[in-house]
Design a protein around this ligand. Structure first.
Ligand SMILES: [Zn+2]
Length: 202
C-alpha cells in the first residue's frame, strides 16, 4: 500500500476539487469547447507528461476572445497585424486558464492536442504523443495571477490522479522541451510556488 503523503485529503475535501471524468477525459468545472486541432494518440495509455505554456493574443494583451478563436481556427487575420502571421496555425492545448482562473478545455485528455510542436523530453521526441498541454493566459514578461496558480495546481493534481504516469518530475515547461525555439511559460512563472501548491492543495 502506498504511504500517505501530505497531498492526501479526506474524501469530503477531495470532492471539492476538480477531477477528470474517466469516461469522457474531461475536467469537471471546465467549460468545454471542442477544437479540431487534435488527433488520436499513438498509444492512448501512454499519458505521462504535463507541459505548461503561456499565450496571449495579441501578444501582451489579455482578456480578448482570440486565444479561443485561434484554437478553433477562427482567428480573423484582419483584426490585428499579428494575426495575419498566425492565420494558418493549427494548434490547441487541452486546457486554457485565463487571467481570472477560469478553465476552458478544448481537447479530451485521451486525444493528442497539437500544443508542443517539435520537442523532446528526457530524450524522447514528439511530446504531443504522450503529454497534456495547459496554456496560461500570459506573457513571458508578466507575472501570473494568483487565481491562475490556484487553478493550475488543482488541474494538475486532478491530472496526476487520473493519469498516474504524470508525476511531479514529469511536469515541465514548453521552453524545457523546445529550448531555443520556445520561451514559455517564461522567467516569471513561479515553479517553486507552483510545486508547493501541488503538495499542499487548497
Ligand atoms: Zn508554448
Amino acid at each position: 500500500m502506498r504511504a500517505p503523503t501530505s497531498s492526501d485529503l479526506p474524501p469530503e475535501l477531495e470532492a471539492l476539487f476538480p477531477h477528470v471524468d474517466p469516461a469522457t477525459h474531461r475536467l469537471s468545472g471546465a467549460r468545454y469547447v471542442a477544437s479540431p486541432n487534435c488527433d488520436d494518440r499513438p498509444d492512448p495509455a501512454d499519458l505521462s507528461l504535463l507541459v505548461i505554456h503561456n499565450i496571449s493574443l495579441p501578444p501582451g494583451e489579455f482578456g480578448g476572445p482570440w486565444i479561443e478563436r485561434l484554437f478553433l481556427n477562427q482567428i480573423d487575420p484582419a483584426a490585428h497585424p499579428f494575426f495575419a502571421t498566425i492565420r494558418d496555425l493549427k494548434v490547441s492545448s487541452h486546457l486554457l486558464i485565463d487571467r481570472r482562473g477560469a478553465i476552458t478545455q478544448f481537447v479530451p485528455f485521451d486525444r493528442r492536442a497539437w500544443h508542443a510542436g517539435e520537442s523532446k523530453f528526457d530524450g524522447r521526441a514528439r511530446c504531443n504523443d504522450f503529454s497534456i498541454g495547459i496554456e496560461l493566459e500570459g506573457a513571458d514578461d508578466h507575472g501570473f495571477e494568483e487565481a491562475q496558480y490556484v487553478q493550475l495546481a488543482r488541474a494538475a493534481r486532478a491530472l496526476m490522479q487520473a493519469y498516474p504516469k504524470i508525476t511531479a518530475d514529469r511536469i515541465t515547461g514548453h521552453s524545457d522541451i523546445a529550448p531555443g525555439r520556445k520561451t514559455d511559460p517564461g522567467p516569471r512563472f513561479d515553479w517553486t510556488g507552483f510545486r508547493l501548491r501541488l503538495e499542499f492543495p487548497r
